[in-house]
Ligand binder design. Structure first.
Ligand code: AMO
Length: 427
């Protein structure tokens, strides 16, 4: 096993021998001297090879991106602008890379997205691409640690299901032996059922599937959903949990990923609480700006752009109309035309949806039917409300959307290792 990494060279006393294993990113061969730039997951080093090195001849056939093991010593005075150098005593070729490479790793040529994603394993070797996933990991772990600190239990729920939660049009149908079933759009019903099971604070990080017809820079057909549900809580409690989770995700990223703020749009831990604006206030803002907003309808991209200009960064839009929210959303106590719901936005982009839920089984059944759904399909879910279901609230946060806005990525596909869209189910 490799247990010495290129960044460890920084702590080595000059003159000491080191073994470096990695990829030969670049090879410059001259008459009496050669330079190999070796890369591993922690950084780069220049390997300086003199002609009197017995392995000098091997460099004539060494191809870029081959896997090598280099042995050498760390010089007193580093003569490379990379900031790390070893003076090579031996070069071992572990595995040769074919020539030519399908895409360049360091070349300054713009490669289109399709070509990049066809060879994603190579695309990911580019440091500027690889670090997106270091950021994603750090953001997720910040959120996960925060939820654990708040007494949440992480769970895994089925992705092959027989009932839709977020709207029938966006379902992937799957043949499951003799039955026709769906890929789950959200763990919504399961997380609520787990609250009924006595797991008072529950969360899941897992795939969610949406058969979105359109290719947009904000939609994937498979994304990572971070879902929470809390018993004995309302929508205000859930919003509070969300803003703190987001702040922890961002601070974990800024504190633990090298040069984080140099490639991130969000450069500081956001100030909490985030601003809250109600749906009705949004309609007023839109009308004030001369935008023809229709009261009771969802806010489209154009409308959200106008609202987003009023807030710098994260903010909540609360109290959405009943007509535009799913059946499980609780209604406002004093006005059943509106719900105890919210979206978290970053400028014009929606990051999270959440709400307090209906906990009365008769009301829930009615709400399912009001949406034109067959309540028999939801019997497994409705049952859990009949034997002691506390009031509860939660949210679903799209991890790739969150990474997209924090890093300012132009397309959500950049935040997915192997994106799935209308045309791509490969690799
Ligand atoms: P909703 O359907 O709004 O709510 O989804 C929650 C969050 O998931 C992300 N998201 C997506 N990300 C990428 N591509 C997509 N096609 C896509 N669709 C959704 C967004 C969105 O805000 N059950 C509720 C959540 C809840 O109330 O707890 C739900 O799924 O970031």
């Amino acid at each position: 096993m490799k247990n010495f990494f290129i960044s460890d060279i920084d702590n080595i006393t000059p003159g000491k021998e080191v073994h470096v294993k990695g990829w030969a990113q670049d090879i410059r061969l001259m008459k009496n001297i050669a330079f190999i730039i070796v890369r591993d997951s922690t950084g780069l080093v220049q390997a300086t090879v003199k002609r009197d090195c017995p392995d000098f001849h091997k460099l004539e056939t060494l191809s870029r991106e081959s896997v090598v093991e280099i042995t050498g010593t760390v010089p007193e005075k580093v003569q490379s602008n990379i900031g790390r150098e070893i003076l090579v005593t031996s070069v071992e070729l572990i595995n040769m890379a074919e020539v030519p490479l399908p895409i360049g790793i360091t070349d300054n040529v713009e490669t289109d997205m399709d070509t990049r994603f066809n060879s994603r394993f190579l695309d990911l070797r580019k440091p500027e691409i690889g670090r997106i996933f270091q950021a994603k990991s750090a953001i997720l772990w910040g959120i996960r640690n925060f939820l654990m600190s708040q007494g949440f239990t992480e769970v895994q729920t089925p992705k092959t299901v027989s009932a839709a939660t977020e709207g029938g049009a966006e379902l992937f149908h799957v043949k499951y032996f003799e039955k026709n079933i769906f890929l789950n759009q959200s763990p919504q019903l399961y997380k609520e059922m787990l609250v009924a099971s006595g797991v008072e604070r529950v969360f899941e990080v897992g795939p969610a599937f949406r058969a979105e017809e359109h290719n947009t820079p904000r939609h994937l057909n498979e994304f990572t959903s971070i879902d929470i549900e809390m018993g004995f809580a309302d929508h205000h409690d859930a919003m509070h949990m969300l803003e703190n989770a987001i702040a922890k995700g961002i601070s974990n990223f800024l504190e633990n990923v090298r040069d984080a703020s140099s490639f991130s749009v969000v450069k500081e831990k956001p100030v909490t609480p985030f601003p809250r604006v109600s749906y009705l206030e949004c309609i007023k803002i839109l009308k004030g700006e001369g935008y023809p907003a229709v009261h009771g309808e969802d806010l489209n991209n154009e409308a959200l752009k106008i609202i987003g200009k009023k807030f710098d960064g994260f903010y909540f839009i609360t109290d959405w109309p009943t007509s535009v929210r799913p059946f499980y959303t609780a209604l406002l106590d004093n006005n059943p035309e509106y719900t105890k719901s919210y979206d978290l936005q970053f400028r014009e982009i929606e990051i999270t949806s959440g709400a307090q839920r209906v906990h009365n089984p008769a009301e829930l059944k009615r709400r399912i039917e009001d949406k034109g759904l067959d309540s028999d399909d939801f019997e497994f879910y409705l049952r859990t409300f009949k034997y002691g279901m506390p009031p509860h609230a939660g949210w679903g946060l799209g991890l790739e959307r969150l990474v997209q806005v924090i890093l300012g990525l132009p397309n959500i596909r950049e935040a997915s290792l192997f994106p799935r869209d209308r045309n791509r189910v490969f690799p």
